[in-house]
Write a protein that binds this ligand. Structure first.
Ligand SMILES: [Zn+2]
Length: 245
């Protein structure tokens, strides 16, 4: 099974008071058999462009075991937001844009939120959105549905799939829009099974969000009695297709 962790961060965060070093991330990937991790800055990075450069450097050093996702504050001049997104996708080889509803205080349906989605669609990459738990109502999964409908060819990945408290709402969104995918970090094992029962493994993907959470998320999927093919799909196949890895 080629394991893809669709959600990791690198560097410092002044919002969530975190700090992830490259060697800790690569060490955890090795320890738990993760082939590829999709890595973004934290929303509280002191300088998002520097953080993007650090991720691109790590991607080169790691032989593409790390792939970047751009995450920077959209509450700036729209042209400046788009220029950094374009630099990440076209020059650094990043595979998606992330909208952080809580970390950057972005309502997905605001002008700035819609600009993030339109920029991802224009650049031809998926949009990942933080959903659930802390951050509602901005993080309510339903707020992503109009974005998914406005850009039907763009995959929209609901990070944390509603994080348990709003997982049922994430399922409603995924049922309404076939371009919506569910990354299940921090969902309970039973939430994850409910999503798999409803949508099958081709709409569901592994994400850990924290280095320490990698073995926990893997254990969750392995506890569900899935077939080898189903497991391969959730643990890597779905993310590989959605992010064109
Ligand atoms: Zn995260």
């Amino acid at each position: 099974v080629r394991i893809v962790d669709a959600h990791q961060h690198l560097g410092r965060c002044r919002v969530f008071d975190a700090d992830v070093a490259a060697e800790d991330l690569l060490g955890a990937m090795d320890a738990h058999g993760v082939a590829v991790a999709l890595v973004m800055p934290f929303p509280g990075a002191a300088d998002a462009a520097n953080a993007h450069d650090a991720i691109a450097g790590l991607a080169r050093r790691s032989g593409d075991r790390i792939r970047g996702i751009a995450l920077h504050d959209p509450h700036v001049d729209p042209a400046n937001y788009a220029a950094e997104a374009e630099r990440c996708v076209e020059h650094l080889g990043f595979v998606a844009l992330k909208l952080h509803t809580v970390g950057h205080a972005v309502e997905p349906l605001s002008r700035d939120g819609r600009h993030v989605a339109a920029t991802a669609a224009r650049l031809g990459v998926p949009l990942m959105v933080h959903t659930g738990g802390v951050g509602t109502p901005f993080a309510s999964p339903s707020h992503c549905l109009p974005l998914a409908r406005a850009h039907p060819d763009m995959p929209v990945v609901l990070a944390h799939a509603g994080m348990g408290v709003a997982t049922q709402e994430a399922a409603v969104v995924a049922a309404e829009a076939p371009n919506v995918y569910l990354e299940t970090s921090w969902c309970s094992v039973l939430d994850t099974r409910a999503l798999l029962d409803q949508f099958g493994p081709s709409r569901v993907m592994l994400g850990a969000d924290a280095v320490e959470n990698i073995p926990v998320e893997l254990a969750k999927y392995r506890a569900l009695g899935l077939s080898d093919d189903e497991l391969a799909e959730c643990l890597g196949g779905t993310a590989s297709r959605v992010f064109a890895l």
